[in-house]
Design a binder for this molecule. Structure first.
Ligand SMILES: [Zn+2]
Length: 99
């Protein structure tokens, strides 16, 4: 679809990639593991990151306060910033200003 519409794809992000138990820290891959990574490799597209399934991400988003603001030092916020850093590295500032 993106090829047909000539939309450049900067990368893929797996949403709800894993769930970390807030009590014991155990990590579960509720929706399976590695599917997006395999698809990205098949399409020769970079996997930019994996966003966890998280109550704090969901409640913050619903309240209009992203986790990078509400919990800037959290692992979740670092994950988002790393994805944003990679996207920024892939685009030119002129592209953003022209949009
Ligand atoms: Zn647990």
């Amino acid at each position: 679809m993106f090829d047909k519409a000539q939309v450049p794809v900067l990368g893929m992000i797996q949403n709800m990639a894993l769930w970390e138990c807030p009590d014991c820290g155990r990590i579960d891959h509720i929706f399976g593991e590695g599917g997006v990574k395999k698809e990205a490799e098949k399409r020769a597209i970079e996997l930019l990151g994996e966003i966890p399934l998280s109550l704090s991400i969901r409640t913050g988003a619903d309240a209009g306060v992203p986790v990078v603001i509400a919990e800037p030092d959290s692992h979740h916020a670092k994950t988002y910033r790393e994805i944003a850093r990679q996207v920024l590295a892939k685009i030119k500032i002129d592209d953003v200003q022209d949009a």
